[in-house]
Design a protein around this ligand. Structure first.
Ligand code: ATP
Length: 544
């Protein structure tokens, strides 16, 4: 039973009544196993999030993913955001939501060392791809029926979440997992939360928010304009904006709004959706972040950029990328959009082809494969649109500005290396960079206040939430796969016992560092302190 069914008038239930009304069958969750119940097969993802491993259950033989729970500050105990994620996932039960099946615990090998705490893992069914990895695979080209099939599943999953008073708050391609049976599931509930207020109603868009939440949510490239302008009383419409970004990404094969800073993100949003006015975004001027900006008047360019995908696709995209969060289409209405009732019709999941697995780490493999393709004849054109440069991939004029396509989305790369030889002075698609901006520089300062729920990515919380400067980066997408990787030990001090030598724990390192610094001159100590401070700031930024 959903909360929707149990509540008259869509009044928000308390998180407790939500939990009681919405319990998953007990048999669907094992409980707490040992890590030795699983055979670890390899790493699937590594980045700001820490690590996700592929494994096989020794009891059932099923393939699973093990997501390690990062404990940046072990003295604070189990991270509250991980608890939130586990609690929510244990309750949710929908075919398009990743299911938490078990928790696994890894006890430190040297059990005599009391300081070393066990490592906890969330166990979910193994999914062959994440959407972002899949779009990066040079041999994958989505068809229209396939895109429609994924979109329907994404919207069904979100409709379920929103109807049950849950905001996902980190909608992005990397958090959409897909298996080789064509099933799409929404994953990563680390930022998700229960929300107060009315649930979405047909024909009513996202409606009005009822209370304030932190605006420090959603990875920047998928962040809606109202959050960039620091609206705190936001609604389910923030997730719908992310769906629009993901839809566009499936159409063109790469992120459509790859901003380099929060200010730049707004800039490219206005370039695509038109600049804000009292008509298309009522009340925008009174948002805290609007004070400092004076966008020049610009028309909407969605149909110019996505026109080649047909008027119904443009119409849905326009509804999802509405600047006005109150009238942005909700999941219930999006599911009824003519896009899904127009030929070519959505494929059934079982009809979709299977692909070689594609995850975070596979991007390097795909990157290497691309590098191995034959070099372009001098001055090639394949896949390179007139404006397909480093700035968010937008082009002006006709077409979508993401380069010409092979198939629907054309991919980040060409279908194969035997495409027609390019002409006059342009770089071929297989030889160009991904057109994505580099990882932004560390912020000079964080904006102030954090009422709730920033992600526990370690270190201190961002001093921020509202009213921050427009050029300050508040959330860093984990996308620049080509940039040098951060040192592993900057991300997490803990090691798996199965593959790494034991590293001194925090207390041991602190002791060693105190001993070292006692024997150094004040100048060297100052320099070291500065360096440590810079490193901590850098680390905090990447973990938020
Ligand atoms: N069940 C799964 N099956 C296969 N791969 C998975 C699974 N869960 C996670 N992954 C892989 O690990 C990546 C990160 O997982 P997830 O988003 O849950 O972690 P996170 O720490 O919250 O990451 P982020 O910092 O990107 O939000 C996913 O993008 C996906 O590639």
């Amino acid at each position: 039973m959903s909360i929707l069914e149990s509540q008259e008038g869509g009044n928000a239930p308390s998180p407790r009544s939500f939990a009681i009304a919405h319990q998953r069958p007990k048999s669907s969750f094992v409980g707490c196993s040992r890590i030795t119940d699983y055979e670890v097969l390899g790493k699937l993802g590594e980045g700001t999030f820490g690590e996700v491993h592929r494994a096989r259950s020794k009891k059932t033989g099923a393939l699973v993913a093990l997501k390690k729970i990062i404990m940046h500050n072990e003295k604070d105990g189990f991270p509250i955001t991980a608890l939130r994620e586990i609690k929510l996932l244990k309750l949710l039960s929908h075919k398009n939501i990743l299911r938490l099946e078990d928790m696994a615990v890894e006890h430190p090998a040297r059990s005599t060392d009391k300081r070393k705490r066990p490592i906890m893992y969330m166990v979910t069914p193994y999914m062959d791809h994440d959407l972002s990895g899949l779009l990066d695979n040079p041999s994958v080209h989505f068809t229209v029926p396939q895109i429609k099939c994924y979109m329907l599943q994404l919207l069904e999953g979100l409709k379920y979440l929103h109807a049950n008073h849950i905001l996902h708050r980190d909608m992005k391609a990397a958090n959409l997992l897909i298996n080789n049976k064509g099933i799409l599931q929404i994953a990563d509930f680390g930022l998700a939360r229960h929300y107060d207020g009315e649930v979405p109603k047909p024909g009513k868009g996202g409606g009005e928010g009822r209370r304030d939440y932190t605006s420090l949510v959603v990875t920047r490239w998928y962040r809606p304009p109202e959050l960039l302008l620091h609206l705190k009383r936001y609604t389910t419409a923030i997730d719908m904006w992310g769906v629009g970004c993901v839809f566009g990404e499936m159409l063109v094969g790469k992120p459509i709004l790859a901003g380099e800073s929060d200010g730049h993100q707004l800039e490219i949003i206005f370039e695509l959706c038109g600049s804000p006015t009292d008509e298309n975004m009522p009340g925008w001027r009174s948002l805290p972040g609007a004070e400092a900006i004076h966008p020049r008047p610009r028309p909407e360019t969605i149909s110019q950029r996505f026109g080649s995908h047909g008027p119904v696709a443009v119409s849905l995209l326009r509804e999802l990328l509405k600047l006005d969060w109150r009238s942005r289409i909700n999941a219930i209405d999006a599911l009824q959009h003519p896009y899904f009732r127009t030929a070519p019709y959505p494929a059934q999941p079982g009809e979709l082809p299977s692909f070689e697995e594609s995850h975070e780490l596979d991007r390097r493999k795909f990157h290497d494969r691309r590098a191995a393709l034959p070099p372009a004849p001098k001055g090639g054109t394949v896949g390179r649109g007139p404006h397909d440069g480093s700035n968010a991939g937008f082009g002006g004029g006709g077409g979508d500005g993401f380069g010409s396509r092979n198939g629907v989305n054309g991919g980040r790369y060409p279908r194969n290396s035997r495409d027609p030889p390019p002409a006059d002075g342009r770089v071929p698609a297989w030889h160009r960079d991904r057109g994505l901006p580099p990882r932004p520089p560390p912020p000079i300062d964080y904006p102030l206040d954090h009422p709730d729920g920033y992600r526990d990515r370690g270190g201190r919380p961002p001093r921020g939430g509202g009213g921050g400067r427009q050029d300050v980066d508040t959330y860093i997408p984990s996308y620049d796969r080509d940039a040098p990787r951060r040192r592993r030990d900057d991300r997490d001090d803990r090691r798996h016992d199965w593959d790494r030598p034991r590293r001194p724990d925090f207390d041991e390192r602190a002791r060693a560092s105190r001993t070292r610094s006692r024997s150094r001159s004040p100048i060297v100590r100052d320099r070291e302190r500065d360096r440590d401070r810079d490193r901590d700031r850098d680390r905090d930024m990447y973990r938020r």
